[in-house]
Write a new protein. Structure first.
Length: 201
């Protein structure tokens, strides 16, 4: 591949992701429709949450970058804990609906070994995202990913990638993708994704 084609391919790929997320932005489908592309070996329950059996999970690729407050952050450093990844944007009404639940559960579950990380996307004015977190009392870090590059590159083919805004993906203690939701979550549904992973040996 020539050097001039590499940046063009990266731009096209990022554009493809942005278009895909635009089509599914602010999803509120509660019928449980989901798909990971390829053989994902997951089961989707009627609540719209897809789960993967322990022996069939995929590890994420690199999910790292700059947070909204300008610090460098790498999700790999959280291995050994259950990690909740939430794809959101300040412009997204279902994201606003679920934000208080995420803020509350993140504080309640921190002592249990659960870490929350936001993946903020399509907020081209960073201050809008910063204001959102302040308004809803979100205290956990969010990676700033306006073009969706981290989202695009962080999830392997055949896994459960984010396919809507909001999307929530929960990693087990080994850093592997264990559950995904493509809709706004309330406190009970969020806990239903986390609790079984905390109980795993």
């Amino acid at each position: 591949m020539s050097p001039s084609r590499a940046p063009r391919r990266a731009l096209l790929t990022a554009g493809t992701l942005a278009a895909a997320l635009a089509l599914t932005a602010c999803s509120s489908d509660s019928k449980g429709k989901s798909g990971g592309g390829g053989d994902t070996n997951f089961v989707t329950n009627t609540g719209g949450i897809a789960t993967v059996a322990k022996g069939e999970r995929h590890a994420t690729k690199k999910i790292a970058g700059e947070t909204l407050d300008g610090k460098q952050f790498d999700v790999a450093g959280l291995k050994g804990k259950v990690v909740v990844l939430n794809v959101w944007g300040s412009w997204c009404s279902p994201c606003r609906a679920e934000a208080p639940h995420f803020a509350k559960v993140s504080k309640e579950y921190k002592a249990k070994g659960v870490e929350f990380v936001g993946l903020n996307t399509r907020d081209f004015k960073k201050q809008d995202a910063i204001n959102f977190e302040a308004d809803y009392g979100v205290t956990y870090p969010s990676l700033y990913d306006p073009a969706g590059k981290i989202i695009l590159q962080g999830f392997p083919k055949g896994s459960l990638p984010p396919q809507a805004i909001p999307s929530t993906i929960v990693l087990d203690k080994d850093g592997k993708i264990a559950a995904r939701s493509l809709m706004a979550l309330d406190e009970a549904k969020l806990k239903s994704m986390i609790d079984p992973l905390l109980a795993e040996k």
